[in-house]
Design a protein around this ligand. Structure first.
Ligand SMILES: *Cc1c(COP(=O)(O)O)cnc(C)c1O
Length: 406
C-alpha cells in the first residue's frame, strides 16, 4: 500500500480528472470549463516544447535570479544542538522578494502562448499582485489586480508598487473585503472576459489544472534544493519543512522529494492568536472538507458551510482554504501539518535574524518558529531543509511594533 502511494506521487498526480485522491476537481460555472480545458492543453504542449522551456529557464536565470543559493545555517543549527543541520533554500533572494515570481513568469509565458493580451490576479497582502504586475510589465500584458478594500488600506506600499508597474488595482467591497473576496471577484472578471484574459492564480489552489500548473512552476525550488543538499550534506534531508498558506512554496519544495521515502514533510500553518481562540488560519490542522474557489479541499467553515474569517500576523498565510494536493498529502499520511502562532513566528523571525543575519518574511518565520519548538524531538544529526519563501522587508513595521524595536 505504502509503495503504491509513493509510486502515485512519483508519477505526477493529479489524475486525468484533476483529482488528488478525493480532492481537487473543477467546481466552476459552465462558462469557465472551456477556458480550463484550453489552459490545460496549452500547458501540456508547453511543457514538452523546448522553446517554452528554454524561454522560461532564461527568464528564471537572467531576470528572477535562479538558481537561488542553499545556505547552511550553522549558527542556528548549533543553537538547536544535537547535531541537527539546517539548510535554507533562499527564495527570499529572488526578484520581488519571494517565490511567487516562479509561478507568474511561467503563467505569463503561457498567456503569450494563448495570445491573450490581458491578465488578472487576486492578491491579499499584495505579494502575488506585485509579482504579476512585474511580469505583465516585462511581457507587455495589460494587468488588473483585484484586492479587498481592507487589504488596500493595510498594504499601501504594495498598492503603490503595482500601480507604478502599470497595473490597475481594483478594490473589492463585498464580503469581508479581503483575499477570499478578491478571489471571487477575479473569477467573476474571468467569466466575463475569458476570451481576452488569462487569470494568473497565485497558489496551488483553484480548479484543475491550476494546482498542477502552479506546483510544476514552483517545483524548481525542490529540484534545485535536491541537487544542492546532496552536494552540501552528502545525502538527502531527513525533513523538509515549509510554511503553508495556499501551499505553493511548500509543494514546490516537497514535490521533487515525493518519491523519496526517507524524506519527511512538515507543512506549517498559521495558528494566529492560538488554535483555541478561533483566530487562526490553520486550514489543514483545524478545517473540514468542502469546496472553495473551484476545488475540493480542507477549509475553515462554519456548520452551514459559510467560510470563516481567518487571522494571522502574516498576510500571506491568512487564507481559509488550502491546495488539494496538501489535503491528499495529509489524508494519505505523506506529510504532517503543524502550526505556529503569531508569537512563535515572531520568535522565529528574531531567531534567524540574530543567528544568521537574515530577515525572513513572517510567513517562513512560522516554519522557523515551529522548527525551534520541535527540534528537541527530531532524530540526532538530522538534516533539515527549510524553505525560506521570502524576505522580511515587507513585514518590518509589523515586526518592529510587536517586538517593540525603536
Ligand atoms: C504568499 C506567500 C506565502 C504563502 O503562499 P503559499 O502559496 O502557501 O506559498 C508564503 N511565503 C511568502 C513569502 C509569500 O509571499
Amino acid at each position: 500500500m505504502a509503495s503504491q502511494r509513493l509510486a502515485g506521487f512519483q508519477s505526477g498526480l493529479p489524475n486525468q480528472r484533476g483529482r488528488f485522491g478525493p480532492f481537487g476537481g473543477k467546481y466552476v460555472p459552465e462558462t469557465l470549463m472551456a477556458a480550463l480545458t484550453e489552459l490545460e492543453s496549452v500547458y501540456r504542449q508547453a511543457r514538452r516544447d523546448r522553446r517554452f522551456l528554454s524561454d522560461l529557464k532564461s527568464l528564471q536565470q537572467t531576470y528572477a535570479g535562479r538558481p537561488t543559493p542553499l545556505t547552511f545555517a550553522g549558527n542556528l543549527s548549533k543553537k538547536l544542538g544535537r547535531g541537527i543541520r539546517v539548510y535554507l533554500k533562499r527564495e527570499d533572494l529572488l526578484h520581488t522578494g519571494a517565490h511567487k515570481i516562479n509561478n507568474t513568469l511561467g503563467q505569463g509565458l503561457l498567456t503569450l502562448r494563448m495570445k491573450k493580451p490581458r491578465v488578472i490576479a487576486e492578491t491579499g497582502a499584495g505579494q502575488h499582485g506585485v509579482a504579476t504586475a512585474t511580469v505583465a510589465a516585462l511581457l507587455g500584458l495589460r494587468c488588473d489586480v483585484t484586492m479587498g478594500a481592507v487589504d488596500i488600506e493595510r498594504q499601501r506600499l504594495n498598492v503603490f508598487r503595482m500601480r507604478t508597474l502599470g497595473a490597475r488595482v481594483v478594490p473589492v467591497t463585498s464580503g469581508s473585503r479581503t483575499l477570499k473576496d478578491a478571489c471571487n471577484e477575479a473569477i467573476r472578471d474571468w467569466v466575463t472576459n475569458v476570451r481576452t484574459t488569462h487569470y494568473i492564480l497565485g497558489s496551488v489552489v483553484g480548479p484543475h489544472p491550476y494546482p498542477m500548473i502552479v506546483r510544476d512552476f514552483q517545483s524548481v525550488i525542490g529540484r534545485e534544493a535536491r541537487r544542492q543538499v546532496l552536494k552540501a550534506a552528502g545525502r538527502l534531508p531527513d525533513l523538509a519543512l515549509a510554511c503553508v498558506g495556499g501551499g505553493s512554496n511548500a509543494i514546490g519544495l516537497f514535490h521533487p522529494f515525493a518519491g523519496d521515502r526517507s524524506v519527511r514533510f512538515i507543512g506549517v500553518e498559521a495558528a494566529g492568536s492560538g488554535l483555541a481562540t478561533g483566530r487562526h488560519a490553520a486550514t489543514l490542522v483545524k478545517g473540514t472538507v468542502g469546496v472553495l474557489h473551484g476545488s475540493k479541499s480542507f477549509l475553515l467553515q462554519d456548520a452551514d458551510g459559510q467560510v470563516k474569517e481567518t487571522h494571522s500576523i502574516s498576510a500571506g498565510l491568512d487564507y481559509p482554504g488550502v491546495g488539494p494536493e496538501h489535503a491528499w498529502y495529509k489524508q494519505s499520511g505523506r506529510a504532517t501539518y503543524l502550526s505556529a502562532t503569531d508569537a512563535e513566528a515572531l520568535e522565529g523571525f528574531e531567531f534567524l535574524a540574530r543567528t544568521e543575519g537574515i530577515l525572513p518574511a513572517l510567513e517562513p518565520a512560522h516554519a522557523i518558529g515551529c522548527l525551534k519548538r520541535i527540534a528537541p524531538r527530531l532524530k540526532r544529526n538530522s538534516v533539515v531543509l527549510l524553505g525560506l519563501s521570502g524576505r522580511g522587508d515587507k513585514d518590518m513595521e509589523t515586526v518592529a511594533a510587536r517586538l517593540k524595536v525603536r
